[in-house]
Write a protein that binds this ligand. Structure first.
Ligand SMILES: Cc1cc2nc3c(=O)[nH]c(=O)nc-3n(C[C@H](O)[C@H](O)[C@H](O)COP(=O)(O)OP(=O)(O)OC[C@H]3O[C@@H](n4cnc5c(N)ncnc54)[C@H](O)[C@@H]3O)c2cc1C
Length: 445
């Protein structure tokens, strides 16, 4: 084993996991490091945020997924630094891991465009913890509205603002629309959940700006059906506990009074990605993505591959590849196969080619828009395609069946079993004085 080529993979998301699986039968020893012990199926995060799935159903322990892969060891660790010349990755706890070939797939994180203070009032959706925090926020808003007597405050609690009109924003708005119009419809006495205002704000001229224009229009129609409204051409210039301040194209500022703002705009690369770029002196984009060579390696470091959200790769027509799971999976598998080819002495390595299968966004119950191999679908047929593809890719067989049964039940009953407020959020809700009572207390002092 001493001379076996050592492949180190940092990140067990879509890119890292597919790289590891592609090396299953390769004559190499693989180490996969992730700071979480599970692989997260991010495309279903918003289902957790809106209470139709539980966290355990969209995550699988990486160790279990790779347990049959004898040449692979899984380590829990947070990569913080790298020495590309001595070929070592440093972990937060002080340990070092050596490699011969390295695949970095540490993905991206939410970006508030330099306004990190907005995160407090407008959580983003990236992790399991984010999804449960957003779920608490949504359910708590309906609870607060039910107790509110002041009409302005009640309206603010029933106003949900989603910043960002990309797939995440659109999918969240659709699911929120379902909750308000169907799941909670009969559960309250003072409020009508279907009166909830769901607003998507974005500076772009249309929703799903990277999709074909006809599908953007179909998506907007499906959102309107669920009482969600899109307000395009608005730049967010402020977020606080009372809502969002937006600026119109003409420079006029408007305030949207809301206690539930969700951030679905902007991504930046992971911290380790930033360190990697610094240590290898790689060129980066403004959002930090690393410009890689056509074989996904870092120029000057042919043994370091960067895949997934972290890599900046151009298509032949000059447009960059999108930050989607398929790009990461195909990139991970390509890097793995290229390492094996190079070990065999092959020098004629073909550049990475992304096989684009299309785009999909789901909008509530039984509606979606899809561009599959150039064929445009919407409504129920698009939703069936969406359902099929997502179930196919959920990593563990067990949870695939579970999710299928759960969705079937939800579809028939409109119920949302996971709309629970748990943990510290539950306690805070009944112990913290509501803002309007705080104000009253102060004025009588
Ligand atoms: C809410 C949401 C919805 C989405 N919906 C879709 C969709 O419908 N379709 C689609 O195709 N794509 C969707 N995406 C995008 C898709 O999930 C990403 O493009 C994909 O996950 C990128 O894969 P990756 O391997 O680059 O990174 P990730 O899958 O993010 O994996 C990165 C991994 O690296 C680990 N890591 C990070 N830093 C370190 C470190 N320092 N040390 C060790 N480990 C580390 C993380 O724990 C994580 O496991 C969605 C994303 C989000 C957030």
């Amino acid at each position: 084993m001493a001379d076996t080529h050592r492949v180190l993979i940092v990140g067990g998301g879509f890119g890292g996991l597919y790289a590891a699986q592609a090396l299953k039968r390769a004559p190499v020893s693989v180490t996969l490091i992730d700071k979480r012990n599970f692989h997260l199926f991010q495309p279903l995060l918003y289902q957790v945020a809106t209470g139709s799935l539980s966290p355990g159903e969209i995550a699988a322990p990486i160790r279990a997924v790779l347990s049959k892969q004898k040449n692979t060891q899984v380590l829990l660790g947070d990569a913080v630094d790298i020495d590309p010349d001595t070929r070592r990755v440093h972990l937060r706890d002080g340990a070092e891991v050596e490699y011969d070939s390295l695949i970095v797939a540490t993905g991206s994180q939410s970006s508030y465009f330099g306004h990190n203070d907005w995160a407090r009032w407008a959580p983003a959706l990236k992790t399991i913890e984010d999804a449960t925090a957003i779920r608490h926020k949504i359910v708590a808003a309906f609870e607060a509205a039910e107790r509110m007597t002041d009409p302005d405050e009640r309206r603010a609690w029933l106003t949900f603002v989603i910043v960002g009109a990309g797939p995440t924003g659109v999918e969240l708005a659709g699911a929120l629309g379902e909750i308000a119009n169907h799941s909670l419809k009969h559960d309250f006495r003072s409020i009508r959940p279907e009166d909830a205002r769901i607003l998507i704000v974005d500076s772009s001229p249309r929703v799903l700006p990277t999709y074909p224009e006809d599908l953007s229009q179909k998506a907007e129609k499906q959102l309107i059906r669920l009482n969600a409204r899109v307000r395009n051409g608005l730049m967010v210039v402020g977020v606080d506990e009372n809502g969002v301040t937006v600026k119109t194209k003409s420079g006029e500022e408007q305030h949207i009074h809301s206690h539930t703002v969700i951030w679905a705009a902007g991504v930046a690369i992971s911290d380790f990605g930033r360190k990697l770029a610094e240590r290898t002196r790689a060129e980066t984009q403004r959002n930090g993505q690393i410009n890689v060579a056509p074989d996904l390696t870092i120029p000057q470091y042919p043994n370091i591959y960067v895949v997934g959200d972290l890599a900046y790769v151009k298509r032949p027509d000059g447009r960059p590849l999108p930050g989607v799971a398929q790009v990461a999976m195909q990139g991970g598998a390509y890097a793995a196969h290229t390492i094996v080819k190079r070990l065999k002495g092959e020098t004629n390595i073909k550049p990475f080619h992304y096989f684009d299968k299309g785009d999909l966004a789901v909008i509530g119950r039984a509606a979606a828009v899809a561009n599959v191999f150039g064929v445009h679908l919407w409504g129920f047929p698009a939703w069936l395609v969406w359902l099929f593809i997502h179930l196919m890719y959920i990593v563990e067989f067990q949870s695939r069946l579970l999710v299928f049964v759960e969705w079937g039940f939800l579809y028939l009953t409109y119920s949302r079993g996971a709309l629970l407020i748990t943990g510290p959020a539950a306690r805070e809700l009944v112990t913290k004085k509501p803002a309007h009572l705080e104000a009253e207390t102060q004025s009588t002092e």
